[in-house]
Ligand binder design. Structure first.
Ligand code: NDP
Length: 319
């Protein structure tokens, strides 16, 4: 029998994670169904998990000797951290290594949305430039805008720094103001939406953020308003957004995330004033490799030193 520490890998994850883990650990890979397909003997052996996406309380309960869950991605809403914390199991995520990539993608999505660049490229590719003439002028521009950032954390701050050379005004909404920035702080999202004409959302999925961008916030954003969501799809009331885009309550939206991924409402796909991406904000080979390495390095650190590198705040390590 394998005397190495056993790590469970439920479902799909970056091959770099499984390759590197298998150099040091016994790997137990299982499909990501609703039922944990493990024999009781195997479940007994598992001391660590590497997962991209969901790990429910039900699964955690079936692993009696679990010590550490390394989650792929900075958002860890798929892992039941409270079930883990109740048993002293440490959960890690992959913060910071993706900040630049996600912020770069956010700027690209903002420009695509405002200037309709994907539609313009389609126009060229379909031969319409030659047959029909120039692509129609974009009704919107980034010039002179006031951008509100919903969530000025690790990624939000990188987005704000990138926006500065665009000569837009910048304000933000968080629960607690930051002391290291001079942007105007708004304690409520509605208050922020009332003064800005672009809203960029980069908050985690929490009970408080679910549905936070609702019909009232969209109305406050106004008819020139542009919504960009790169945080979590659940932050936006999707039916309210579709209605707002259809009836001119806001002007346009750019979305990388959706409520029920990978399902995207056909009504959104059919709208001309949206730019849609399939959750690719961090999805480059270099950045995903850095995230994969941090997943593996968290597990190695835990089993070699008893400390994870980047534990989440809900499952703190003892000092
Ligand atoms: P951080 O924890 O560094 O930042 C989160 C920010 O959100 C903080 O400024 C926090 O401030 C604010 N926030 C949290 N709750 C609320 C609330 N109820 N109202 C207002 N502001 C709130 O996280 P990151 O910047 O590293 O990542 C943010 C999220 O982005 C991730 O959790 C993930 O879900 C998503 N993401 C999406 C990606 C994609 O591929 N599209 C890629 C990477 C991340 P405060 O605590 O003061 O309220």
């Amino acid at each position: 029998p394998d005397s190495r520490v056993a790590i469970l890998v439920p479902g799909r994850i970056s091959p770099r994670v499984t390759e590197r883990l298998s150099e040091r650990f016994e790997l137990i890979a299982v499909p990501h169904g609703t039922e944990l397909a493990l024999s009781p003997q195997e479940a007994e052996r598992v001391r660590g998990v590497a997962v991209s996406g969901q790990l429910t309380a039900d699964w955690i309960a079936k692993l009696p000797h679990l010590e550490m869950i390394a989650s792929f991605g900075v958002g860890y809403d798929g892992v039941d951290v409270h079930a883990a914390a109740a048993r002293g199991i440490v959960v890690s995520n992959t913060p910071d290594v993706l900040n630049d990539e996600v912020a770069d993608t956010t700027i690209a999505l903002l420009l695509n949305t405002v200037r309709q660049l994907p539609q313009a490229e389609t126009w060229l590719r379909q031969g319409r430039w030659a047959s029909e003439g120039p692509f129609p002028l974009s009704p919107l521009s980034l010039k002179g805008r006031h951008v509100g950032i919903h969530g000025l954390g690790r990624i939000g701050l990188e987005i704000a720094r990138r926006l500065e050379p665009f000569k837009v005004r910048i304000s933000y909404c968080t629960r607690r103001p930051r002391t290291d920035v001079s942007y105007a702080h708004f304690p409520t999202l509605l208050g922020l939406a009332e003064v800005v004409d672009v809203l960029i959302s980069i908050v985690p999925k929490t009970p408080e953020t679910i549905g936070a961008i609702d019909a009232d916030v969209l109305r406050a954003l106004g008819p020139r308003g542009v919504l960009i969501n790169v945080g979590r799809g659940t932050t936006v009331d999707e039916p309210a957004l579709i209605a707002a885009l259809k009836n001119g309550t806001i002007a346009a939206a750019g979305l990388d995330v959706f409520t029920n991924e990978p399902q995207v409402p056909k009504e959104l796909i059919d709208l001309p004033n949206v730019s849609l991406l399939p959750h690719v904000a961090s999805a480059s080979v270099p950045t995903r490799n850095a995230m994969a390495d941090l997943v593996v390095d968290n597990l190695i650190s835990w089993f070699e030193t008893g400390r994870a590198l980047t534990p989440v705040p809900e499952t703190p390590q003892k000092a």
